[in-house]
Design a protein around this ligand. Structure first.
Ligand SMILES: [Zn+2]
Length: 171
C-alpha cells in the first residue's frame, strides 16, 4: 500500500496517480446516486510524525504526512526540490498577504476553563485555517507537472473542491 492515496468513499475509485488536479472521483457525475467524495487514506505504518525541528513552515515540517509530498516523491521529485517548491509558493503568498504560512500556536487557555486548548489561527495567512488547504493542492499540482514529461502535460482548471475533501486515517 502507498503511504498516501486518494480514494472515493462512494465507489472506491482512485484518480490517476499522475493527475495534477485529482479533485473529483473519476466516476463522479454518472447519475448513479452514489456519493463520490474523495478522501485521503494515510498509511500510518509508512509515515513518521515529525519531531519539532523548529521549522516554522507547516508545509515543510509536516510534508511527510501530506499527500502532495508523497505524490511528488513518487513522481521523481527530490525532497529538497519539494521543499524549494513549497518555499517558493509560500513567498508568493507572503508577497500578497504580508507573511507566509507558519505553524499555528496551540496552547492551554486557562482563562476559558480547565483543559481548554486554543489553536490561534489569527496570525496565519488571511487569519483563517481554510487558507492552509490551498498550498497542498497547489504544491501537488506543481510537483506533478514537474515530474511529468512535457509532452503529457495539460492545463486544467483547478478548484477548491479538494479543500472539501475529508481525510481518513485508517486505524
Ligand atoms: Zn466514486
Amino acid at each position: 500500500m502507498r503511504a498516501s492515496r486518494l480514494v472515493c468513499a462512494g465507489c472506491g475509485a482512485e484518480p490517476a496517480r499522475d493527475d495534477p488536479f485529482p479533485f473529483a472521483c473519476p466516476n463522479a457525475g454518472r447519475g448513479d446516486d452514489v456519493d463520490h467524495v474523495l478522501r485521503r487514506e494515510l498509511d500510518l505504518g509508512a509515515v513518521e510524525f515529525p519531531a519539532d525541528d523548529g521549522e516554522p513552515n507547516p508545509f515543510v515540517r509536516f510534508r511527510g504526512l501530506m499527500h502532495a509530498y508523497h505524490a511528488a516523491r513518487e513522481g521523481g521529485i527530490a525532497d529538497e526540490d519539494f521543499v524549494a517548491l513549497v518555499r517558493a509558493l509560500d513567498e508568493r503568498v507572503a508577497a500578497v498577504d504580508g507573511h507566509g504560512f507558519r505553524v499555528t500556536p496551540f496552547a492551554a487557555a486557562d482563562g476559558l476553563g480547565a483543559g481548554v486548548w486554543v489553536k490561534d489561527e489569527t496570525g496565519n495567512v488571511s487569519g483563517s485555517p481554510t487558507r492552509r488547504r490551498g498550498p497542498t493542492s497547489r504544491s501537488r499540482a506543481a510537483a506533478t507537472r514537474r515530474s511529468r514529461p512535457r509532452s503529457s502535460r495539460r492545463r486544467a482548471g483547478g478548484g477548491c473542491a479538494s479543500s472539501c475533501r475529508s481525510t481518513r486515517i485508517p486505524r
